[in-house]
Design a protein around this ligand. Sequence first.
Ligand code: GUN
Ligand code: FE
Length: 420
Amino acid sequence: METLIIKGNIISAAEFGELEITENGYLIAENGKIKGIYQELPREYEESKVEDYGDALVMQSFADMHLHAPQYPMLGMGMDMPLLEWLNTYTFPTEACFKDQDFARRAYHRLARELAAKGTTRVCMFSSIHREATLILMEELENAGITGYVGKVNMDRNGGVNYQETTEESISETVKWLERCNFEHIKPMITPRFTPSCSNELMQELGRIAKEKNLPIQSHLSENTGELDMVKKLHPDCAQYWETYQKYGLWNDRTLMAHCVWSDDRERKAIKDAGVWAVHCAASNENLVSGYAPVRVMVNEGVNVVLGSDIAGGDHLSMFKNITAAIRASKARRILDDWKTEFLSVEEAFYLGTSAAAPFFGEKPGFAPGNALHALVLEDFSLPSVRPLSVRERFGRAIYRREHGGIRAVYSEGKKIFSK
Ligand code: GUN
Ligand code: FE
């Protein structure tokens, strides 16, 4: 039995908007799974080694439920166009470079280490159309201790000259890729880029493969108005965008749909009824001038809402920054809605960036017993304050503001994957 005992101020989001705080407590895991949180060290562990972080904050690490690995080299660039132009001008040419496996290895090695250092231990990630680079990405994530899902992107139309597959290639490469996905912590996910990138035949086949192999699915939905117009032209038979996925068996309770900025009442009901997951990507929605998603309305309506950095539409890998972006977006939405919708509190947005994704990975919210241990340790000792702060106040400040190098350690599946 491998026992891990972490001592510090233990903070978790067991419920939406509710923090559970145990000051100077013990978080105990056995064989990578959480046993419990204790105020006093139980007798049976008296002889065990304790990783004592003193007065530091020990909180859940993050789940980034939507990001594009091959856009990592363009992070922070090309923020001057709306979605469809941005894809054609910057994004597809950048992703096309991942045909080069040495380049892919270098970029993905760095990406995986940066994710770990920033406290993201679970991902649902888009790769490029390339089979080999996708396997390299999965291997690099696995080696860095990151867990979750990766998808080889499928696109057989509207990709331009150097970045498109034939329908047959897209299907056969996906099948060959799936045969080689033998990683312990990184699993495959079916990934039609979005309706404008995939012919009906390809969508049909991807729906069939997902069903046959019991695989989760990820794509984009209702991000931008230009995209909505394009989908309407491509699918005159569908009243709404979501129906283009539903029609081909790509719409179920293991489907992640990024954005949902322009999803109206009817589309949101379809999302909720199917148990589809809406991935809110607030920073990206601002950068690409897509709009402000009705994030708080979706939460109130009972939609499964999780967060994504959506790099490189999003400009930050750090989920701390994407959580605050989600809070700000919910406030902008409130202004646009004549102050009729609520905004997200820090505790609520932290829940969306951590616990909300737990059921997607078959787990419970918070540091629930039985969950795999995913945690980070944060120091904030050098930040000034005019009076002693409570742990709750320190948590709220830490979400917005961290001292340089404040993350001391990150644990994924019970293993320390980063420390300084
Ligand atoms: N829709 C289709 N592809 C993409 C992408 O790479 N980024 C974003 N933000 N939206 C997309
Ligand atoms: Fe995206």
